[in-house]
Design a binder for this molecule. Structure first.
Ligand code: ADP
Ligand code: MG
Length: 696
């Protein structure tokens, strides 16, 4: 077993008869080990499993033939193409094999050789020929085996043939050959999962699965293979998550909070003082947080809710609870603008509760002598800077991370490196399908704010085709006349976490254009390369209605609260994921007035158009992210493309049945097995762990 494991993780440098160029190319698509190569999933297949004798060939069939080469020649067309023709015979007749523009074949193929070829049979003048898609030369022993009716191992023909993504100069032919070789070396006894789990879930063996995913014998075995490999993927992800949660629970004890009658009373006072009533899901979330913080293990709760669903107040109440227990809270926002907004909201909600609140970002610092004075504050709000400085945080009982798309894991690692183990509340507006949260967080650590605060009307969204642009502008002028305000979001030219100059330039150009079109109104411009102070000022001015239209780059954050803005125009909308569009749309619809979102695109691609039309009629963030997950894959949807964390190849992250089965198996595994005894799982789990931690 040990040997099989070592074999499985071997470097591809050990592939025999493989040129350094091929090795380099494999590396450049992320294939480092035998295991990686076996997991390099085909993207499609062609069925050439039917082998037909030449006399029986019918035009239109996709089949394989085998015979002896009797003639070969090259022809040239008038347009300068070359055609390679190879005539073969079997005992029943003669057939011309045809290739285009592949002169080298005439040096590879020789008269008298046996060739096996697959392709489509075409009528060619009065004759039939085969347009060859795949071929291989067959040596005498193999040919004899074939003639005697034995299993002869053809790689490229006479079977269901896999095709792979052909990036970086790799051909399917090369990948196929290498994988074929690996399968001949694969120990059929080699397993990653305990037998019990295999049996219970009716899973094919690992060997069967790799064989049939690459070289399926038939569709039934292919499906079994796929199911097995998909199961493994989800199993490992959930196992990594489960172990992570277990470790979390075994760590240093957090502050244990209490909910005395007095504290209960104070919390009630705060809730009663709010200018609105909490929704029932806000209530539930607050209760869950307060229950978590009274436990012996540090909370790791995830609060998920659409933009505008009211996550902030949950954080405010939780922080107040920490304060009442004599602890500090750190609140981390992804950007300065949002940090400032939080600072203001926290101050407003808590103004009569003698809580001292500080704001601490890269450029704005309300505390001068930070390290000395930090103990004087109860809630410290800021950006990444909160963690980067060498701060003494010994009273921190709660950390809140807002608008986090990367699941708060990195921040947690940072905190841990500072030797504290606070309760953690992570908030996000990215609607993650339930299947995915199950894999990542398990059942228990999630609170969802599913209904927006009452009185809100859903944003009406219109897909605006190119020819309607002018009338859309006319319509916007009507809204402006009613003293409402408008956001215009420029197209995402370069996709990046940081504001790029290209995006900024395009925003400036759009700004100039909009000033012309709406000459009777005041227009502002906002982009990420501006100084933080300047951004603050512009947003404050917009909120005070000192101008009517705000043109901005796409990276300007979600979560900005400007209730009088009722229209958002999104240019180049096809470039965004639907979840991103949904978050942008959430900048409006923050009052009881009807709000609108206009999505513009110059794209004529029918995919883009149908996606945007879907967006226009769907207001549910979860549905949108599921749609994107189907169409674009998980990396794209959750902004973790580079990390590869959720890049499953065989599983669907929307397959609830699979996910429930695998999660259940994980619980069984943890109960009954030792990870040490399952080296593949162990390795994969630590691999995922490192992926989570190493991403900055
Ligand atoms: P997000 O979930 O996007 O962070 P916020 O917390 O910023 O949303 O809330 C959006 C707006 O809704 C804020 O102005 C907030 O004061 C308000 N709000 C929050 N909860 C309620 C509620 N239960 N009823 C009415 N308004 C609410
Ligand atoms: Mg928010």
């Amino acid at each position: 077993m040990k040997n099989a494991v070592d074999w499985f993780w071997q470097s591809i440098d050990n592939l025999p008869a493989t040129s350094p160029v091929t090795i380099k190319r494999l590396r450049s698509v992320g294939v480092e080990t035998f295991s990686d190569l076996l997991n390099y999933a085909p993207i499609r297949y062609s069925d050439f499993s039917q082998v037909v004798s030449i006399e029986k060939l019918a035009v239109g069939q996709k089949v394989s033939v085998i015979g002896e080469v009797v003639d070969l020649r090259q022809e040239r067309t008038r347009k300068g193409f070359t055609i390679q023709k190879v005539v073969v015979t079997d005992t029943t007749g003669e057939l011309t094999l045809v290739w285009f523009n592949q002169s080298y074949l005439l040096r590879t193929i020789k008269k008298g050789q046996i060739i096996s070829a697959s392709g489509e049979v075409k009528a060619y003048l009065f004759d039939r020929s085969m347009f060859v898609e795949e071929f291989e030369l067959v040596d005498k022993t193999k040919y004899e085996r074939f003639l005697n009716g034995h299993q002869a191992d053809f790689i490229h023909t006479q079977r269901i043939i896999p095709y792979y993504s052909e990036k970086k100069g790799l051909s399917s032919r090369v990948i196929r050959e290498k994988i074929f070789y690996l399968l001949t070396q694969f120990d059929p006894e080699f397993e990653s999962l305990p037998e019990e789990i295999l049996k219970q879930n009716k899973l094919a063996s690992l060997y069967q699965s790799y064989s049939n995913i690459h070289f399926p014998e038939n569709s039934r075995l292919y499906k079994l293979a796929r199911d097995r490999l998909a199961f493994d993927e989800i199993f490992v992800l959930s196992l990594a998550g489960e172990i992570y949660r277990k470790n979390w629970q075994n760590e240093k004890k957090p502050y244990k909070f209490i909910l005395s009658d007095q504290i209960k009373h104070k919390l009630t006072e705060l809730i009663a003082s709010l200018p609105f009533q909490l929704t029932s899901s806000q209530h539930k979330a607050v209760e869950a947080v307060i229950a978590d913080m009274q436990k012996d293990t540090a909370m790791n709760r995830f609060l998920q809710g659409d933009v505008g669903s009211g996550k902030t107040i949950v954080a405010v109440i939780s922080s107040y609870f920490a304060y009442l227990n004599g602890c500090q809270t750190l609140v981390m926002a992804p950007t300065e603008v949002l940090a400032v907004q939080h600072f203001k909201s926290f101050q407003a909600f808590l103004k009569n509760f003698s809580v001292k609140i500080a704001l601490q970002t890269g450029s704005i610092k309300t505390i001068k002598d930070y390290n000395k004075k930090i103990a004087d504050y109860d809630i410290i709000i800021g950006t990444h800077a909160l963690f980067n400085e060498k701060l003494k945080y010994d009273k921190v009982g709660l950390v809140v991370i807002d608008e986090q798309q990367r699941f708060g894991v990195m921040q947690r690692a940072l905190l841990r490196s500072k030797g504290i183990n606070p309760h953690l509340l992570t908030m996000t507006a990215t609607p993650i399908p339930r299947t995915v949260t199950l894999v990542l967080f398990g059942e228990l650590n999630l609170s969802i704010l599913d209904k927006p605060p009452s009185g809100r009307k859903p944003v009406k969204t219109y897909f605006v085709p190119l020819e309607k642009r002018q009338s859309a502008y006319d319509w916007i002028k009507k809204r402006l006349k009613k003293k409402e305000q408008v956001f215009i979001v420029c197209p995402l030219i370069e996709d990046s976490d940081h504001e790029t100059l290209v995006n900024v330039r395009s925003a400036i150009a759009e700004y100039e254009k909009i000033k012309q079109i709406f000459s009777e109104y005041k227009v502002g411009l906002l982009h990420g390369r501006m100084k933080s102070k300047e951004k603050q000022q512009i947003l404050a001015d917009f909120k005070d209605h000192k101008f009517d239209i705000l043109v901005s780059t796409p990276v300007i954050e979600v979560g900005i609260d400007i209730p009088n803005a009722t229209v958002i125009v999104i240019e180049g909308a096809e470039r965004y994921g639907l979840s991103q569009l949904h978050q942008l749309r959430g900048r409006v619809g923050r009052s009881d007035r009807q709000s609108y979102c206009l999505v513009f695109t110059e794209s004529k691609s029918s995919d883009a158009v149908s996606r945007l039309k879907y967006f226009a009629k769907e207001n549910n963030g979860f549905k949108l992210s599921e749609y994107d997950l189907k169409m674009r894959g998980p990396g794209e949807v959750f902004g973790i493309r580079q990390s590869g964390y959720l890049n499953v190849k065989f599983a669907s992250l929307l397959d609830l049945n699979l996910i429930e089965k695998a999660s259940k198996a994980v619980l069984d595994f943890i109960e009954n097995c030792k990870l040490e005894e399952f080296p593949i799982l162990k390795k994969l789990v630590s691999y995922y762990d490192s992926k989570l931690i190493s991403r900055d």
